[in-house]
Design a protein around this ligand. Structure first.
Ligand code: ATP
Ligand code: MG
Length: 446
C-alpha cells in the first residue's frame, strides 16, 4: 500500500518505541483506490502523553489532546496521531464527547462510520480489515459498520456522510444502509447546521452529485424544505424534458465542481418555480418571475442553514439573474459586466449552459450564443473598454472641480457618466464626459 515516506517514518518511530501504529480512515481508503490522499491519519496504542514523548523533537500541537489526538508537524504538514479509542456520542463530526482509550485496533475500527473508512494498515501487520471494507471499495459500496439504524441513531450526521461519500467516490449505498437512511432522515434535525452544511458542500462537489441528489432528494429536503416542492413538479411544454427536481439535479452536474457558488446556485436556481407557476392559454407552464422569487427563498434557506454571509449573498444574487437573456451586443454585455463583475458574468454563462442543457433535446444547444458572448467579452477586455467606475476617465474630484456640486450629486453624476460611456453615447475621455454632462444637465444648475 502506498504511504508517503514521512508517514512511514512517523509509524516506524512509534513501533520502535514499542507501540502499534496504523494508517487509518480516508487516507487508507483513497490509497487502496489508487488515489493520493490529502491528509493521513495515524492511530496508535500510545497515549497522547506518550505520543508527545515519542515526538519530542518534532513540533506538535495538542489542541485535540483530550480526544486523544496529537498533531505532529512532519515535512511541513500536520499529521493527526490519535490513540485508539472506543465510541462515544459525537457532537461534532470527528470527536466523541466522551473518550475511552483502548489498546485494541478492532475496537477503534468498530466506532468508525462505513466499512470503507474502517480499514487500518500497519507496516508490521499489513491491512486490518474486519468489515470487508476492501471488498466494498472494489464493489463501490458505502455500507455502515454494524447495524445501520443504530449507527445513524448515534450520530445522524453519518446520513449526510453516506450521501457525501456516494457522491465523491461514485459509490452506491448498500440496501440496508439506504433503508435506514430513509427511515431516520428526520434525525438530521438534531445535527447542527454548520456540520450539515459542510457535508452538503462536499456532496455538491462530488462527481456523482446529481445522481445522489436525485436518489436521495427526500434527505436533502430535510435540510432545505423549500426544495421539496420541486419534487415531481411537472413542467408542461415542449421545451421541457424533466420535472423541476430532475432538471435541477442535471444542472448541478453540468457546472464546475470546484466552484461552490455555482454548484449551490444550480441546486437552488429553480426553487421559485412552484411558487410562481401559472398555466398559459395553451396549457404550458409559465414560470415568469421564478428567478426573483427563487433569490428570496435561497437567501432564507441558506441563512437558516448558517452558510457564510458571502455565500448567501452571492448565491441568492446569481439565482436572481440565472435566466436573463444572453447578451448579443457589446452594450448589453457591458451593462451585465457593470452589474455582475466579470467573475459572476462567467458564472452566469455556465449557469445558462447548464440550465439549457437540461431542457428537451432541441432546446439544449446554445453554444453559438455562448461563444458570441465570450468573443464580445474578449473584445471589451482587449480594447480595455470601460464598464465600471474604476475604468471611468473621470473621478469624483474631477467632477467637483468642473461643477460646483455636493458629494451626493457627484455620485449620481458619476453614475450617469458611466451609463453614457457604457451605452456608447460618450467616449471615455475626461473632456468628453464633462462636456456630455454639461449638455445633458443644461436645465439644471451645475
Ligand atoms: P476525507 O477524504 O473527507 O478526509 P475521511 O474518511 O478522512 O474523508 P474524515 O471526516 O476526515 O473523513 O474522518 C476521518 C475518519 O474518521 C473517517 O474515515 C472515519 O473512519 C472516522 N469518522 C469521521 N467522522 C465520523 C463519524 N461521524 N462517525 C464515525 N466515524 C467517523
Ligand atoms: Mg480525512
Amino acid at each position: 500500500m502506498f504511504l508517503p515516506d514521512n508517514i512511514r517514518v512517523l509509524m516506524d518511530r512509534l513501533e520502535k518505541a514499542g507501540y502499534r501504529a496504523y494508517a487509518v480512515g480516508g487516507s487508507v481508503r483513497d490509497s487502496l483506490m489508487g488515489q493520493s490522499a490529502d491528509d493521513y491519519d495515524i492511530t496508535t496504542t500510545a497515549l497522547p502523553s506518550e505520543i508527545k514523548k515519542v515526538f519530542s523533537d518534532y513540533r506538535t500541537i495538542d489542541i485535540g489532546e483530550k480526544h486523544g489526538t496529537i498533531t505532529v508537524i512532519s515535512g511541513g504538514s500536520p499529521v493527526e496521531i490519535t490513540t485508539h479509542r472506543l465510541d462515544g456520542s459525537y457532537s461534532d463530526s470527528r470527536h466523541p464527547d466522551q473518550v475511552i482509550f483502548t489498546d485494541s485496533i478492532l475496537a477503534d475500527l468498530a466506532r468508525r462510520d462505513f466499512t470503507v473508512n474502517a480499514i487500518a494498515f500497519s507496516q508490521s501487520e499489513g491491512l486490518v480489515d474486519p468489515y470487508n471494507g476492501c471488498a466494498d471499495i472494489q464493489n463501490k459500496i458505502i455500507r455502515c459498520v454494524g447495524d445501520p439504524a443504530l449507527r445513524f441513531s448515534e450520530d445522524a450526521l453519518r446520513i449526510m456522510r453516506a450521501l457525501r461519500f456516494a457522491s465523491v467516490l461514485g459509490f452506491t449505498i448498500a440496501p440496508e444502509t439506504e433503508k435506514a437512511i430513509f427511515r431516520l432522515k428526520e434525525n438530521l434535525h438534531k445535527v447542527s447546521a454548520e456540520r450539515l452544511q459542510k457535508e452538503m458542500m462536499k456532496l455538491l462537489r462530488g462527481k456523482n452529485a446529481g445522481k445522489v441528489l436525485l436518489s436521495y432528494g427526500e434527505v436533502i429536503f430535510e435540510l432545505f424544505p423549500s426544495l421539496r416542492a420541486e419534487y415531481r413538479h411537472p413542467q408542461i411544454g415542449k421545451k421541457h424534458a424533466y420535472d423541476v427536481w430532475e432538471h435541477t439535479c442535471h444542472t448541478v452536474d453540468a457546472v464546475d465542481p470546484n466552484d461552490d457558488y455555482l454548484r449551490l446556485v444550480m441546486l437552488f436556481h429553480d426553487v421559485g418555480k412552484p411558487t410562481v407557476e401559472t398555466i398559459r392559454g395553451n396549457g404550458d407552464s409559465d414560470f415568469t418571475g421564478h428567478a426573483e422569487a427563487g433569490a428570496r427563498i435561497t437567501k432564507e434557506e441558506l441563512t437558516r442553514m448558517k452558510f457564510p454571509s458571502r455565500t448567501i449573498e452571492q448565491t441568492s444574487y446569481l439565482v436572481g439573474v440565472h435566466d436573463r437573456p444572453i447578451p448579443e451586443d457589446k452594450v448589453t454585455l457591458k451593462r451585465y459586466l457593470c452589474e455582475m463583475g466579470e467573475e459572476n458574468f462567467l458564472r452566469y454563462l455556465q449557469m445558462r449552459k447548464a440550465d439549457r442543457g437540461a431542457l428537451a433535446e432541441p432546446y439544449r444547444d446554445i453554444s453559438e450564443q455562448l461563444s458570441h458572448a465570450r468573443s464580445l467579452l474578449e473584445q471589451v477586455k482587449g480594447a480595455r473598454e470601460c464598464y465600471s467606475l474604476r475604468d471611468l476617465a473621470v473621478n469624483g474630484e474631477d467632477l467637483e472641480n468642473a461643477f460646483s456640486v455636493s458629494g451626493q450629486q457627484v455620485g449620481s453624476l458619476l453614475q450617469s457618466a458611466l451609463a453614457a460611456v457604457i451605452e456608447e453615447k460618450c467616449s471615455n475621455k475626461k473632456e468628453n464626459i464633462i462636456q456630455y454632462l454639461q449638455t445633458e444637465n443644461k436645465g439644471d444648475r451645475l
